[in-house]
Every structure is written in C-alpha cells, then in structure tokens.
Write a new protein. Structure first.
Ligand code: NDP
Length: 254
C-alpha cells in the first residue's frame, strides 16, 4: 500500500463506479479526498461516509462538467471546502475520471450529443488540468481515465471513442511538459467494468457471460481492479512512469 499521508487528491466522478473506488483506495492510502460529483449528491455523500467511517478523510464538491466555467466552479468549491476542513491549500493528485457515453454510429450521432461528449470527456479534463496545475505541488500526479475503445475500434461508440482518443493525447503531451516539475501524467484504459454504465448489458446471464468473455480471466472488471492501479500511479513507486496509457482490461486486448 502506498503512503499518501499529507497528500490531497481530487477525484472527478467519485460519487459512483470507478471514481468511487479510486477515492476509497486513495483515502485508504492516507490522502485527503475531494469527492467530486455532478448531480447525485446522495451517492457522493455515501462515498464520503464510506471513507470517513473507515477512518479516512474526505469532503464532497458538486460541479456540473461540460458547461462553460466548469473548471473554475469546481476549483472554487475545492478551495473553499479545503479551507473549511482546515487543510493546507493545494493539490497533489488529480484524477480525471468523470465521463459520459452516448452510444451511436457515425450516421446516428447528433451535433448536440457530439458536443456534449467532447465537452464532458475531454474539454473538462483539459481545463481541470489547467486550473489544477495552479494549485498542484511539484511531484504531483495526474491520472486520466481513458478506455479500451482507443485500442480497438468500436464503431457503435464513435463519439465517446474520439473523446477518449483526446484523453490519450492530452496525457502524452502534458507528461512531456510537466516532467520539469516532477509531475507524472498517465492514463488508465479499462475494459468492461461493473458500474452503472454496464448495468443493462449485465442484466441477463448471457449478457454477463459475453462481457466476461472479453477478459482472459473470464470475468467482468470490478471498480477495485482499476482503483488499485490508480493507487500505484498516485504513489511514489510510479515515479519513473509518465506519459503512458496503461491497459487495465484483464487481458481483453490479447
Ligand atoms: P459511472 O457512470 O458509474 O459514473 C460516472 C461519474 O461521473 C459519476 O460520479 C457522475 O456523477 C460523474 N459525471 C458524469 N457526467 C458528469 C458531468 N457532466 N458533470 C459532472 N459529473 C459527471 O461511470 P464509470 O465508473 O463506469 O466510468 C468512470 C470512467 O471510466 C469514465 O471515464 C469512463 O469513460 C471510464 N470507463 C468505464 C468503463 C466501464 O465499463 N464502466 C470502461 C472503460 C472506461 P453523478 O453521480 O453526480 O451523476
């Protein structure tokens, strides 16, 4: 287990799914966690309560992403909540996890769906990094959540795939720029994971089996499978890794 005592981490989309698991794991490792969410404040509260009842430290911040001024609003809330809990200002770990997915092939996606996908999945992380860097201490960590859809082609998720391609490029490009400050930037690329996003596909035994069959381990990924790798990337143990996109698909691409 890494030692993140004294560090502050912001995890976007931490009310549910993979983001919640990352928040919980970084808290177990000792970090103070800003649990970001969009609209589901009950779920965010559950994440915070889970962390604090296990002896960790966390606070929640709500901010809609994909709208003008989203990064400013999120960081204004972050600064205020950090001060309210008596913590030092500043940030050590930024996890860009929140995203959405409008399925659709090239002839189906509307302008509005495309714009919304890009605004939430890549424009928001871009400006969260811009604002986050003004607060991030040297030696910090940026972890972006990408997807297996940038390894293999998924025509039925073309807008989402394009947005996640941007996440990979952002990761590589930033890593080169931020090395001088000792900040590493890496991406995690999960395959199918048991979250609300895959709930309908997992609703039948056949659906579950089909998703499980992607992995060489013949099971669907769990949020904790991704969170444990995020914890490694957040820790000092990963200091010599930057600009990388790490496959966390349980061997689905082999
Ligand atoms: P979930 O849908 O379970 O959770 C999404 C989280 O993001 C929630 O916390 C939600 O907040 C927040 N969020 C979504 N849209 C917005 C928005 N516009 N503004 C603010 N917050 C928002 O997602 P997963 O856990 O499944 O996915 C997490 C990441 O992993 C994403 O980047 C996704 O692309 C990636 N991924 C997931 C895979 C999977 O199989 N699940 C596979 C590959 C990649 P709220 O609760 O308030 O709605």
């Amino acid at each position: 287990m890494g030692d993140l005592k004294g560090k502050t981490a912001l995890v976007t989309g931490a009310s549910r799914g993979i983001g919640r698991a990352i928040a919980q794991r970084l808290a177990e490792d000792g970090a103070l966690i800003a649990v970001h969410y969009g609209s589901n404040d009950a779920a965010a509260k559950e994440t915070v309560e889970g962390i604090t009842s296990a002896g960790g430290r966390a606070f929640m911040i709500g901010a809609e992403l994909g709208v003008p001024g989203d990064a400013e609003a999120l960081f204004a809330a972050f600064d205020a909540e950090l001060a309210a809990c008596g913590a030092e200002p500043g940030l050590d770990i930024l996890v860009n996890n929140a995203a959405l997915n409008f399925p659709g092939r090239i002839d189906e996606v509307t302008y509005e769906e495309f714009d919304r996908t890009v605004a939430v999945n890549i424009r928001a992380p871009f400006f969260l990094v811009q604002h986050g860097l003004r607060r991030m201490r040297d030696g910090g960590r940026i972890i972006n959540v990408s997807s297996a859809v940038t390894s293999t082609a998924h025509p039925s998720q073309i807008a989402y795939s394009v947005s996640k391609g941007g996440v990979d490029t952002l990761t590589r490009t930033l890593a080169k720029d931020l090395g001088a400050r000792g900040i590493t930037v890496n991406a995690l690329a999960p395959g199918w994971v048991e979250t609300d996003v895959t709930a309908s596909r997992r609703a039948t035994p056949e659906g579950r089996a089909a998703l499980a069959a992607y992995s060489v381990f013949n099971r669907i990924g769990r949020p904790g499978d991704i969170a444990d790798v995020a914890a490694f990337l957040a820790s000092d143990d990963s200091r010599w890794i930057t600009g990388q996109r790490i496959d966390v698909t349980g061997g689905s691409m082999l």
